[in-house]
Write a new protein. Structure first.
Lengths: 191, 277
């Protein structure tokens, strides 16, 4: 499907319905319908964000409805000059009114659904993130013990001393058999 | 042994001539076929504009694009002579283009319509007068005259210009844009504002501005292009063509019905403001 076909779906529809009785612009009807859908999405998204999170995003419904009326008026004017009979112009105007109403509602609902889905996804991602952090703190990890200069401490056999324990433990088990106490600055002291 | 050789020679000398003749015939047939195909293509594709028309169409596009860019001059250039000149320049280019079209018209009606277009383009100078710019009623009255003139002109183009195909549907947009402008003025005059509604006015909202600028104005640029390159301005003036100057047609009906319907709907919406706020 070409890009121009996507922008002329309403033209294809009205060509099917009224055939040669109408001679309307290819793009204006479809672009108007898409614009009304965007207006619906703006209204739905703005109101939903304002209700859920108390953001200052609530749009003026009066301005949106007024703009929708003007958009419909433009298409009504096009119907009048494009139709060969007044009944066709009237029917096309009413048809467009119905379609624009449906599409406005669709845009409103779709934006609400998208915001809810995105909110749930973000909440899930945050939840999983915290769960992962807590699980990570509970698992046992092994550290190498170093002195103040970064050199590894070694036991009597020349082997590097390691300590084992989770982030939640105060005392860590050393590989040399002794117990190490965790200090507040992250260092350990042999007990 | 001699005779057959001579016969052969004759035959050899004859053969190339016949070949040449048949080749010529074939070429002539091919040329005829090509010409027939070309005429068929022209008939299928419609009218082919000449270079003059394309030049005027380019001028129209330049003027329209400058008119769109002019919005930014109001942000960047302080009030003064330069800004006034810049705001007039696009319309002057459009007026010159309309006048050039008038001399390429196919009949009297199309020529008159082109002069109307030039007059409408020059009407922007009216807004330079402070008395008009101050008064909403005067502005709406000017918009009414301009809208009626443009709708009449577009009606003349459509009924007398012989415009065919998709170009016919594009030319309507030139009148439609002005119908919307007048509808805004009329509905703004008719709304009785109970309190300060500045941010709730649909024509002051970014939504309407986006529609007007990104859809109507941009599509009108294509409309000017299609109009200048249509059959109505092929340059073959026919003085004896039957022309129809009757103003009672679909385009004038649009100029009456659409502003009235929009204004009534807006009054209904704005007088029941408690539905929304």
């Amino acid at each position: 499907m070409k890009f121009t076909d996507k922008l002329t779906f309403f033209y294809a529809l009205e060509e099917k319905i009224w055939k040669d009785k109408i001679e309307a612009n290819q793009f204006l009807g479809t672009l108007s319908i898409l614009f009304v859908a965007i207006l619906g999405a703006i209204a739905g998204g703005g109101n939903t964000l304002a209700n859920f999170f108390e953001w200052d995003t609530a749009p003026s419904m009066l301005a949106i409805v007024g703009t929708c009326i003007v958009v419909w008026g433009v298409n009504m004017g096009e119907s009048i000059v494009a139709a060969s009979h007044w009944a066709v112009a009237l029917l096309r105007s009413l048809f467009l009114l119905v379609i624009m109403g449906l599409v406005w509602g669709l845009g409103y609902a779709a934006s609400v659904v998208v915001i809810i889905i995105v909110t749930i996804l973000l909440a899930l991602i945050l939840f999983v993130f915290f769960i992962k952090i807590i699980l990570g703190m509970m698992t046992e990890k092994t550290y190498t013990v170093t002195d103040a200069f970064g050199h590894a401490e070694r036991d009597m056999f020349g082997k590097k001393i390691t300590v084992k324990g989770s982030d939640m433990d105060d005392t860590l088990r050393g590989s040399d058999g002794s117990t190490y106490r965790r200090n507040s600055d992250g260092s350990v002291t042999k007990e | 042994m001699v005779q057959p050789v001579a016969e052969n020679l004759e035959a050899q000398t004859l053969q190339p001539e016949t070949v040449v003749e048949t080749a010529k015939e074939e070429a002539a047939q091919q040329a005829e076929q090509m010409a027939a195909e070309q005429t068929q293509q022209v008939a299928e594709q419609g009218f082919r504009p000449n270079k003059k028309q394309t030049a005027v169409a380019v001028m129209f596009v330049v003027g329209s694009v400058l008119a769109v860019l002019n919005i930014f001059s109001f942000m960047m250039i302080p009030y003064g002579d330069l800004r006034m000149l810049l705001s007039c320049l696009p319309k002057m280019i459009l007026a010159v283009s309309w006048l050039m079209l008038a001399f390429m018209a196919v009949n009297k009606a199309v020529r008159v319509a082109s002069f109307i277009g030039a007059g409408v383009s020059l009407s922007t100078f009216l807004y330079l007068l402070p008395a008009f710019a101050m008064n909403n009623i005067a502005q709406t009255a000017i918009a009414l005259v301009i809208m009626l003139a443009l709708c009449y002109a577009v009606g003349l183009f459509q009924t007398n210009g012989g415009i065919k195909g998709h170009a016919k549907t594009w030319v309507n947009l030139i009148a439609l844009e002005m119908v919307v402008v007048f509808s805004l003025g009329l509905s703004a005059l008719c709304i009785d504002l109970p309190y300060d509604l500045t941010e709730h006015l649909y024509f002051a909202s970014p939504y309407y501005k986006f529609f007007s600028l990104m859809i109507l104005t941009l599509m009108c640029i294509f409309s000017y292009w299609k109009l200048a390159r249509s059959e109505a301005f092929s340059g073959k003036y026919d003085a004896e063509a039957t022309t129809d100057f009757n103003p009672v047609n679909k385009w004038m009906a649009m100029a009456v019905i659409v502003p009235v319907v929009i204004t009534i709907a807006i009054i209904v919406i704005y007088s029941n403001i408690s539905w929304f706020i």
